[in-house]
Structure formats: structure tokens, C-alpha cells
Write a protein that binds this ligand. Structure first.
Ligand SMILES: *Cc1c(COP(=O)(O)O)cnc(C)c1O
Length: 455
């Protein structure tokens, strides 16, 4: 039986309809930005395998670190025990994180990092004996993961409709539609959009004034899953300023933006006001192993530091601080912090800006957005939402046939490459996108379409 037949019998793939989906591609290996298929093709991974890969696939330095760790201490219960890889990683993260964070709590992935952050914030007020702060505030279009707490603070999209009745109540603020620092000066956006920002701020202030808001959770500067939507650090700073004025815990979900994606190590570095809690995962191990981190400031830790056993944070996972994952993360950090890697990040950011300038006026382009190594292009379309869910699949296979892995979100084609991508490889991706736009022809009328993004 072929691998595909065996897969079809036994596997349920993520975010994949069981009927009508294209067959998965059997891979035999991967190296650098290239994925090698069973039938001898190679595919350029232009989205870092769902935004996780930083240094290319099967990186020998990370592989060696994992192998060495596997032969030394593969795993141990993390309640009552500790080990060098976990302590070293925590020390290093606390050094590079953009605030005086004081503790690291380990978990398994981005969703669990968010769950831990939410539970920490809720129990912070509980332990402090404050019972009127129960509301959580998030942004429209947010994506924070697929577990229940994470779904609750995320956009109520068609994807979690079956669970709507089970999600806790959250106050959603309108998304700050403009993204470029100059837009509020009227350079890039209509005044209406800037008016939206004023509405957003007063809405938040109003909520905050009630004294009932426990925490504010946000993806700093870029909302990934909702279509790489970007907003300015100035606006985020104003939101954080309001939150801090009213003693609201700020949770930065940097699961996607962390580790250099936005051009700096963390997106929160672009803001003056810093979060109290930060969530990390995806790039943490360079994309090699599953690992989540929730770091918090000393202020958050304080009400947990009590004799009363009932003030304990009763949360943990079987594989908390898995030594192999921590070893991979330490190795990935070694690579990330090298000058060569940081200059590759800057070079990718510049290449994106150059391509933005080149493609911005294309008749099929509605908007181009760049933030560090993230490039997103919204296709001008006249079709209905429904069409675009199909176009998305169409574009996905279109690019795959050309040997490039791109996975559009609705009508947004984005590039989020591993940092080791060579200039010529990046150019291949730009060229493929430009050819695709040319092949689309002219939009037939000016009707607007707001297709929901799809992961
Ligand atoms: C992917 C993502 C998550 C969820 O991470 P998983 O590891 O997939 O559970 C949470 N928040 C953001 C911003 C993400 O992009």
C-alpha cells in the first residue's frame, strides 16, 4: 500500500476537510528552505511551515543539540526536578525579552502558552482578592490558538462556530485598521479609518473605566491568521497606556511575531509600553520541536508567592520543559543571535520593501503590507467571499505546482520565509507572485470583497 493510501486510512490532518481536499504531499526529507517529495520534486517553503522555521529545515546544529540531549537526559517530570537546558533557556529568554520579565513558565505550544497567560492573569486577581475584575479584552480578528481559552479570546469566525456556546465572554475592540506609522497623518488611509482609531481608543477607555477589565490580550503589530493585518506601534502604545492607567494586565501574544519576524527580536520592542505577560512558541525552537513559553513580570508573580497552598498556580503538562525541546531552543537562539542571522533578517526586510515598491501599483493589488520579514499582498478581487475560499485553494495548488509553498489567507498572499532563504530563492517567490497577478488579468469592476481569512 502506498504511503498516501495508508495516510488516508489512518490520519486526520489539521485544518483539512476530510472530503474534497487535495491529497497531502508525501515528503522524504527537508533541508534549508527546500522540502523534498517522495516523487522527486522539491518545494520552496516560503511560509516557514506555518511560521515556525527560522534557520531552515533539518539544521545540523540544532539536530546535533537534540541528539546530544537525547543521549543525556531525554525527559523528566518538571515538578520537583529541574535541568540545565530549561534553566539556561529561561535565563537567556529573560535577558532578551523586552521588559523586566522575571519568570518563565513552560508549556507545549502557542495555544497552551496563551492558556497559561490567561489563567495567570485571572488567578492574579483571584489571589489578590480582587473579585470585580473579570472581563477580558481582545481585538477583532484576533487568533490566539485552538484550545478553549485561546478560542474564546479569538475572533468568533465560522471556524469555531460549533463551539460558540462554550466560549467565555470577551469584549472585542475594533481592529485599528491603519497600519503604517504615517497613516494617521493622512498619508496612507482615509480619515474615516483614523476616525476608527479614535473610536477604538474611547471604547477601550470606557471599558477600562468600569474597573472590571482583568486583562487585555493582543498580537502586537501583526495579526497573523486574520490575514497578516498590521497596525502601528503608536496605536498599540495608546491602547497599552490606557490599560496600564486602569491596572489591566497586558498579554502580548508573540507566538508568531517573536524571534525576529517583525525585524526586531520581539514586536513589543517597537512599543514604549511593555506587556506584563508574553507568550512565545512557533520560532522558539527554530521550528524543530513543540515548546511554549509564558513569561511574566515580578508584579504578576507576587500574589502567587504565598504560604497558602490554594494560591498555587495549579497548571502543568506532562512534557513541561522537555529537555529535547529546550536544547533545540537553546541551539536556535545561538543561531538567531549571530550577526549573520540578524543581517539576513534585515536583508529580507529590505527585499520585501523593494518588492512592495515594485508591485504596489499593479492593477490586481489592493494593498501591500510589510513588517520586517513578513510580506503580505491583498489581491484586488471583484468576486464574492465564497469564490475566494475556492481561489485560496486554487492559488495554493497553483504555487505548489510551481514548486513554492504559499498558503494564502483568504485573498491575502503572504511570504514569511525562513531567515536562511537566499536572495535568489526569495526572488523566485516574488516572481511567482508577480506572474500569478499578471495571469489574473484585470479586475472587471470595483466591488469590494472582504473574504474571511482561513488558516
Ligand atoms: C499559531 C498561533 C497560536 C497558536 O499556536 P499553536 O502552537 O498552533 O497552538 C497562538 N497565537 C498566535 C498569534 C499564533 O499565530
Amino acid at each position: 500500500m502506498s504511503l498516501l493510501e495508508r495516510d488516508k486510512r489512518s490520519i486526520w490532518h489539521p485544518f483539512t476537510p476530510l472530503k474534497g481536499s487535495p491529497e497531502p504531499l508525501p515528503l522524504v526529507r527537508a533541508e534549508g528552505v527546500w522540502l523534498y517529495t517522495e516523487d522527486g520534486r522539491k518545494i520552496l517553503d516560503a511560509i516557514s511551515s506555518w511560521w515556525v522555521n527560522l534557520h531552515g529545515h533539518s539544521h545540523p546544529y540544532i539536530a546535533d543539540a537534540v541528539v546530544k540531549q537525547a543521549r543525556t537526559l531525554e525527559h523528566v517530570i518538571f515538578a520537583g526536578f529541574t535541568h540545565e537546558p530549561a534553566v539556561r533557556l529561561a535565563e537567556r529568554l529573560l535577558q532578551i525579552l523586552p521588559n523586566g520579565f522575571s519568570k518563565v513558565f513552560y508549556s507545549d505550544n502557542g495555544s497552551t502558552a496563551v492558556e497559561v497567560a490567561l489563567k495567570m492573569a485571572m488567578q492574579y486577581w483571584y489571589n489578590a482578592g480582587v473579585h470585580h475584575k473579570k472581563k477580558i479584552v481582545a481585538l477583532d480578528g484576533a487568533y490566539h490558538g485552538d484550545t478553549f481559552g485561546a478560542m474564546s479570546v479569538g475572533e468568533r469566525s465560522p471556524f469555531n462556530a460549533p463551539f460558540d456556546d462554550y466560549l467565555f465572554e470577551v469584549e472585542f475592540l475594533p481592529f485599528p485598521a491603519c497600519y503604517h506609522p504615517s497613516c494617521c497623518a493622512g498619508k496612507r488611509l482615509s480619515p474615516a479609518a483614523c476616525g476608527q482609531v479614535a473610536t477604538l481608543l474611547s471604547r477601550f477607555e470606557q471599558l477600562a473605566q468600569s474597573g472590571e477589565v482583568a486583562a487585555f490580550i493582543y498580537e502586537p503589530l501583526v495579526q497573523g491568521a486574520s490575514g497578516m493585518r498590521m497596525y502601528s506601534a503608536e496605536i498599540l502604545d495608546q491602547l497599552l497606556h490606557i490599560a496600564q492607567k486602569y491596572d489591566i494586565i497586558c498579554i502580548a501574544d508573540e507566538v508568531m511575531t517573536g524571534f525576529g519576524r517583525t525585524g526586531r527580536l520581539f514586536a513589543s520592542e517597537y512599543c514604549l509600553h511593555k506587556p506584563d505577560i508574553i507568550c512565545l512558541s512557533k520560532g522558539l525552537t527554530g521550528g524543530t520541536m513543540a515548546l511554549g513559553v509564558t513569561a511574566c513580570t515580578d508584579r504578576i508573580v507576587e500574589p502567587f508567592r504565598q504560604e497558602d497552598i490554594m494560591k498555587t498556580f495549579f497548571h502543568g503538562h506532562s512534557f513541561t520543559a522537555n529537555p529535547l525541546a529546550c536544547a533545540a531552543a537553546n541551539a536556535s537562539l545561538d543561531l538567531l543571535l549571530q550577526p549573520q542571522c540578524l543581517s539576513r533578517i534585515a536583508a529580507i526586510a529590505q527585499a520585501h520593501l523593494d518588492f512592495e515598491a515594485h508591485i504596489r501599483e499593479h492593477r490586481r493589488v489592493r494593498q501591500v503590507r510589510c513588517m520586517g520579514t513578513i510580506f503580505a499582498l491583498e489581491i484586488e478581487t471583484t468576486q464574492q467571499t465564497h469564490y475566494f475560499n475556492e481561489a485560496r485553494h486554487h492559488l495554493y495548488t497553483y504555487f505548489l505546482d510551481k514548486g513554492i509553498l504559499l498558503r494564502p489567507l483568504g485573498n491575502v498572499v503572504y511570504i514569511l520565509p525562513p531567515y536562511v532563504i537566499a536572495p535568489a530563492e526569495l526572488q523566485m517567490v516574488y516572481d511567482a507572485i508577480e506572474v500569478m497577478l499578471n495571469e489574473l488579468g484585470a479586475p472587471s469592476d470595483t466591488a469590494r470583497n472582504n473574504a474571511p481569512a482561513q488558516q
